[in-house]
Design a protein around this ligand. Structure first.
Ligand SMILES: CC(C)(COP(=O)(O)OP(=O)(O)OC[C@H]1O[C@@H](n2cnc3c(N)ncnc32)[C@H](O)[C@@H]1OP(=O)(O)O)[C@@H](O)C(=O)NCCC(=O)NCCS
Length: 283
């Protein structure tokens, strides 16, 4: 997830011609072959992992967004034609094709990934959905019915448990995508959206709701932590805080840090997952 080679000033590896196309995007149509080729080339780079929409800068810890990459994705919706496709008895009508190349990735039947998403070798896709611009790093498992939204960034050795919903973000410009860092665990049916961040090694219990504005509290100290973030090497569950409204006092969702793990620490209850990782991930 961290990019140790991130330069101080980020330069997108994508052709700057994409920015020029963006400036005249309202004029573009699928008939513009040269423009289409440039955008397809950019999204091919995302698909192959040679470019990515966002990454965590190893030096600053900040999420750096490649706006050019995001623009290339948005331009696809202007420049690619609607096409009919089918798989057996299923028929589709869309502008974006599905991903075709999965080198070193286990793709269980029922898994769907759109072109322009990247899965590093050693990832496992159970019947799940990955949208364009998402990046899923090595050793990560996207479990059954989990969805990885557009441009979401998932680190190494992450487990997105069954039914997890990781939100996508294509617009507005500068909106940060969801980032789930290396060694994190996201429990069943949790929802992480709106540029929320699950920091390294954090374990989210089943049914957590984490948005950019979710407030976060440490159950040991009572301290309020930065909103929209699960702290690194923490165990968190969904909770509620009391809030007064003109109509009365109501419970509003929040994230509660119930434990801290040592750096690199695993959680006993999640050990089954590590056994599976060691013995079940071989291709
Ligand atoms: C978060 C989790 C790891 C915590 O496990 P733990 O560290 O052993 O903690 P405990 O089970 O002792 O729970 C501590 C407290 O938090 C509560 N709690 C646990 N999980 C919770 C959750 N998901 N949401 C809300 N509260 C939860 C417990 O009721 C307990 O409260 P209590 O002390 O009053 O009884 C675990 O409960 C969990 O949710 N695991 C994920 C399961 C999952 O999604 N598996 C994927 C299968 S594909």
């Amino acid at each position: 997830m961290h990019s140790p080679t991130a330069p101080a000033v980020f330069t997108s590896p994508i052709d700057p011609g994409v920015d020029a196309l963006w400036e005249r995007r309202t004029e573009l149509t699928p008939a513009d072959g040269t423009a289409r080729d440039l955008v397809v080339e950019a999204v091919d780079m995302l698909d192959a992992g040679h470019a990515r929409v966002a990454f965590v800068d190893g030096a600053t810890g900040q999420v750096v967004v490649d706006e050019r990459a995001r623009r290339a994705i948005l331009l696809c919706f202007r420049l690619l034609e609607m096409r009919q496709t089918s798989a057996g008895v299923f028929h589709y009508h869309d502008r974006l094709p599905l991903k075709r190349e999965f080198p070193g990735v286990r793709v269980v039947p029922g898994a769907v990934a759109r072109w322009g998403s990247h899965h590093a070798p050693g990832t496992v896709l159970m019947p799940s959905y990955t949208n364009i611009g998402a990046f899923v790093d090595s050793g990560t498992m996207v479990d059954t019915w989990a969805t990885v939204g557009s441009c979401a960034q998932i680190g190494k050795n992450v487990h997105l448990a069954g039914g997890v919903g990781v939100g996508g973000v294509l617009e507005p410009a500068n909106a940060a995508p969801v980032v789930i860092e290396d060694d994190a665990f996201v429990g069943s049916r949790s929802v992480v959206v709106e540029g929320a961040r699950v920091r390294r090694g954090a374990k989210l219990g089943a049914g957590v709701l984490l948005t950019a504005s979710t407030r976060v509290f440490d159950a040991m100290t009572g301290e309020e932590l930065p909103p929209g973030e699960a702290p690194e090497w923490s165990v968190c569950v969904g909770s509620t805080r009391r809030k007064s409204f003109p109509g009365g006092e109501f419970g509003v969702p929040c994230l509660l840090v119930i434990k801290r793990l040592p750096e690199g620490g695993r959680h006993d209850k999640l050990l089954l997952e590590s056994l599976f990782r060691e013995h079940g991930f071989a291709l």
